[in-house]
Design a protein around this ligand. Structure first.
Ligand code: HEM
Length: 133
């Protein structure tokens, strides 16, 4: 079986990406997620420099691999957010991001409810790198 936490459903060999509903579910979630992020006055100032479509595509690519392999390129995250942290990006924004993420996962018809906590936890695990701690 797996050396990770056992789900006792016999699905331990499936990746989180597969259980979440695959690439289509990631894209659906991200579209809802960024709709909320760009509409949030707390977060929007930190997204000004980003082209929404390019950001979504990069995030889609990044997340696909993170949720499939349970690992990610920490240096890339640090480099992408370093200037934003210098401009004030902090835990307050990251906490708000997690609220939007959870809401997007709940709103997506493609994501099974039983993997929402795990996807949120996978994002939480990037906090120290995104915030360059
Ligand atoms: C409130 C929190 C966040 C804000 C405001 C934010 C904002 C941004 C912005 C503005 C960029 C574009 C940077 C540039 O091109 O100069 C970016 C890039 C990126 N962000 Fe975030 N981000 C946040 C959190 C996260 C999280 C939690 C992740 C991943 C789990 C993430 C993944 C990425 C990736 C993969 C890129 C593209 C990096 C590249 O160009 O290779 N971001 N982010």
């Amino acid at each position: 079986m797996s050396n990770e936490v056992d789900t006792d459903e016999g699905t331990a060999e499936e990746t989180l990406l597969e259980r979440m509903g695959g690439a289509s579910a990631v894209l659906d979630t991200l579209e809802i997620f960024y709709g909320r992020m760009f509409a949030d006055d707390l977060i929007a100032p930190y997204l000004e420099r980003a082209d929404p479509q390019v950001l979504l595509e990069k995030q889609y690519d990044f997340l696909g691999r993170m949720l499939e392999a349970s690992e990610y390129d920490a240096e890339r995250l640090r480099a992408a957010h370093k200037e934003l942290v210098e401009e004030g990006l902090s835990d307050v924004h990251f906490d708000a991001l997690l609220v939007h993420l959870r809401a997007a996962l709940v709103a997506s018809d493609e994501v099974p409810d039983d993997c929402i906590d795990e996807v949120v936890a996978a994002f939480e695990a990037t906090r120290a790198d995104v915030l360059c701690k």
